[in-house]
Design a protein. Structure first.
Length: 409
């Protein structure tokens, strides 16, 4: 194993503790940014770091911990709860009279529930605690609005390939905490491949590198890190697709909009992104069924038949064989003539339902199964359509909506 005397993963060992070797996020923590100045002056606001995995959220929090004179407490929302929070508040209260600030870093803050977030709120309001939260999820959905309003939101971007390359090179050359003592043989081509496959995630890149180093047998006291080793280390881990997170909805949205825009190639790409990352094929099939009516509708009534058939076939055959079935259905939808008339018609009808509430059903189209109902004129004057060759003139809408048109034809 790599550095067997150290059980800490490489990504944690080489985590930078200053901005000198922190790569990326220049717009947030560049030399003249407000956040950089706030860290330098130790006058931090409560804040939320929102960004994809491996973009530097936790690292940035650790740099703050090293540079601040405040007491820095780190917890994970996954394993911590109200009891931990109460202990932290007790510490923060004790620090306040001493003129010492308490910074609480909550990793994966989106995993804290409403009760836990509400318990934190008053202490953030009073300034007893400076909160730093890290999340991969959209905080407007996952963090309570009352807590969110008291925090600055910093959006971290996915790291680009050159930034990942610098991080890998730094880990390879670091003789104190990294891999510098192992006399690695690793080419620029292999480093570029790691950066490419990591999909902007520094931790994924370093984990793959560490695995490859561990799996590589030493030859003449040199470990040769080959492209094949790197590919084995990654397998499919480079496909980021959190089924419960925002990216899940971003990609299904891209898939839907690509079909709507009749872009066959984009449709195929987003479909492959989902399937190769392990998405449930029946979920995709259900979205195609919805698309068939929402975006094609009466322009091609066979589209719904194709979609439902695809769902049934996927249910019957499963993955990986059903990938071609979904491909057939998705491409068919993309190539179809489009019409959202049904979708828009329903939306207009729903607006009238919301606006007018429970309008009464006209008497003449009510059923009259009892004598009392007949006496109350239920069904009186109703024209049976077949008797009039379906050409009868008759109102079917409530009086207030008489002659309303939601859909022509």
């Amino acid at each position: 194993m790599v550095n067997s005397s150290q059980n800490t993963p490489l990504a944690d060992r080489v985590r930078p503790d200053s901005f000198d070797n922190f790569f990326g996020q220049e717009k947030i923590v560049g030399k003249n940014t407000l956040l950089r100045q706030a860290i330098k002056s130790d006058q931090l606001p409560s804040m939320i770091f929102w960004g994809p995995p491996g973009s530097g959220k936790t690292t940035l929090a650790f740099i703050i911990a090293k540079q601040t004179r405040s007491e820095f407490i780190q917890i994970s929302a996954v394993s911590s709860g109200l009891k931990d929070l109460r202990d932290i508040i007790k510490t923060a209260k004790a620090n306040k009279p001493l003129g010492k600030t308490t910074i609480l870093f909550i990793d994966e803050i989106h995993r804290w529930n409403k009760i836990q977030q509400d318990a934190l709120l008053p202490w953030v309001e009073k300034g007893i605690i400076i909160l730093i939260g890290a999340t991969t999820e959209n905080p407007s959905f996952e963090v309570r609005s009352s807590l969110l309003s008291r925090c600055r939101i910093f959006v971290l971007k996915q790291l680009n390939k050159p930034q990942i390359v610098k991080i890998i090179e730094s880990a390879v050359n670091d003789k104190k905490k990294g891999l510098g003592k192992l006399n690695l043989k690793i080419s620029k081509k292999v480093i570029d491949a790691i950066a490419q496959m990591s999909n902007g995630d520094a931790r994924t890149a370093l984990n793959a590198l560490e695995y490859a180093v561990s799996a590589s047998p030493p030859t003449r006291k040199t470990k040769n890190i080959t492209l094949d080793l790197i590919k084995e280390a990654f397998q499919k881990s480079h496909l980021f697709y959190d089924k419960d997170g925002e990216e899940h909805y971003n990609i299904i949205s891209a898939f839907h909009k690509s079909m709507r825009g009749s872009d066959i190639n984009a449709t195929l790409y987003w479909l492959a992104r989902m399937l190769e990352a392990g998405e449930d094929p029946l979920y995709i099939a259900r979205r195609i069924v919805r698309f068939a009516s929402e975006d094609i509708g009466l322009a091609n009534s066979r589209a719904l038949e194709q979609a439902v058939a695809a769902y049934s076939a996927c249910h019957f055959i499963g993955m990986p064989e059903c990938n071609v079935i979904l491909t057939q259905a998705a491409v068919y939808m993309a190539k179809c003539k489009k019409s959202n008339a049904l979708y828009m018609a329903y939306e207009e009808a729903a607006k009238d339902v919301e606006k007018y509430g429970n309008l009464s059903v006209p008497l003449h189209i009510r059923n009259a199964p009892t004598e009392l109902m007949k006496k109350l004129d239920y069904g009186k004057g109703y024209k049976y359509s077949p008797d009039h060759d379906y050409k009868e003139k008759q109102e079917y809408l409530p009086e207030k909506l008489k002659n309303r048109k939601y859909l022509s034809g």
